[in-house]
Design a protein around this ligand. Structure first.
Ligand code: PMP
Length: 380
């Protein structure tokens, strides 16, 4: 998340104000404000009221491996995965985190040998999520170190490979790429939800990371969860969070549970959450492709259509980010777009060429509209 502020003024109705040509659109980070409108129309249905005497204890369920995990959140998570069919949870351990970001760090801690002679190598295929290198190395831990693009990794050493599917930044479905036999995999499935990708089967990997930030849009609640096969790994991840933050906000867990329950329940209604968000993503992708096709300056990836086992719809990926390429002579696409007052994140942050930028597709409607109006108006 960039510290650069949002500087797009809006009217009370949410529409962009006049003088739009001079407005800076900040689409650098994947802030999921697109989802506000859906949750606004839910009104009181998903409101959570907490009394001052509640959630005082550090503990939630001392019999559980993850002792600070609220039972109501476990039920909501397992039910939602069952409804959507995107992950196996039976017989698995669930660990809650302050966002999936904390769980990523907990997983690195749990998977790196405590007394190894060298730090554990951590890799992911480029273009990879820009936070992985930062989160892996910021404490300069002796336990693990960022070892870059998984396609380039050829050391005869143990490694952890991050498999992000669908991928941030480019939206493609992914599998592991390192061919060695000394690897441990972490599957980051933040975007394996039916508004972004056809669900093909329930994922059943050793360590899977999910988050409300991208599933329902509640990034500010900071709740993520890991589905972990091995009890000992789940225990070590829990220890990490115990040492790091002595648990995860119960208020946030209760709120997340309420939202996830509402999504599962509302599945039977005419306009369910995933129906609404799928239609919105499909519409946004139609509009951005139309905008990009009006000019020779840019291109976007294309995706094969597959049938979603959840919705029955056949469609190609509708990623949360547009991985836009500047065609022709422009070598610094981020700088080029910045001069046109569109803030994006350049390819180098993802281990890729600066001819690429990542643009958030999850902004509020007025910013998205400015983007699709502005892109075709840019002249080289
Ligand atoms: N993994 C991926 C692939 C992401 O894109 C993000 C959010 N940008 C995260 C993890 C972190 O999400 P959270 O808000 O749950 O920490």
């Amino acid at each position: 998340v960039s510290k650069r502020a949002h500087i797009l003024p809006t009217t009370s109705s949410g529409a962009a104000t006049d003088g739009w040509e001079s407005l800076v659109i900040n689409l650098d980070h994947g802030d999921p404000t697109m989802y506000e409108d859906f949750w606004k129309q839910k009104g009181e249905e998903t409101t959570v009221v907490t009394s001052s005497w509640q959630h005082i204890s550090y503990f939630s369920d001392i019999k559980n491996v993850c002792w600070f995990l609220e039972p109501v959140l476990v039920s909501a998570i397992t039910r939602l995965h069952k409804v959507v069919g995107n992950a196996v949870t039976e017989g698995r351990n669930i660990v809650v985190g302050t966002g999936s970001s904390q769980l990523y760090q907990a997983a690195l801690y749990a998977l790196s040998p405590p007394n190894g002679s060298d730090p554990m190598n951590v890799v992911s295929a480029a273009p990879f999520y820009s936070s992985y290198p930062l989160m892996t190395d910021y404490l300069k831990s002796g336990l693990h170190k960022w070892a870059g693009d998984a396609y380039e990794f050829n050391k005869e050493q143990p490694y952890i490979e991050l498999v992000t599917s669908p991928n941030n930044p480019d939206g493609f479905t992914r599998q592991e790429v390192v061919k060695g036999d000394k690897g441990i995999l972490i599957h980051d499935l933040a975007y394996y939800w039916p508004q972004y990708t056809p669900i093909l089967s329930p994922a059943d990997y050793d360590i899977m990371l999910f988050t409300v930030s991208k599933s329902t849009g509640h990034a500010g609640s900071r709740i993520g969860w890991a589905v972990v096969k091995d009890r000992e790994i789940a225990k070590k991840m829990t220890t990490f969070i115990e040492i790091n933050t002595i648990g995860v906000s119960k208020d946030s867990q209760i709120r997340a549970a309420k939202i996830l329950q509402a999504v599962s329940e509302n599945q039977k209604e005419a306009e369910s959450f995933f129906d609404y968000s799928y239609k919105l993503m499909a519409e946004r992708w139609r509009k951005i492709r139309e905008a990009v096709n009006k000019t020779e300056l840019f291109s976007l990836p294309s995706f094969p259509a597959e049938t979603c086992s959840f919705s029955g719809r056949t469609f190609g990926q509708l990623p949360a980010f547009a991985w836009l390429k500047c065609e022709g002579e422009v070598d610094d696409c981020e700088g080029f777009l910045r001069r046109h007052k569109i803030l994006t994140r350049g390819g180098k942050h993802f281990g890729a060429s600066m001819k690429y930028v990542r643009i958030s597709m999850l902004s509020r409607e007025n910013e998205f509209k400015l983007l699709t109006d502005r892109l075709p108006a840019i002249i080289s």
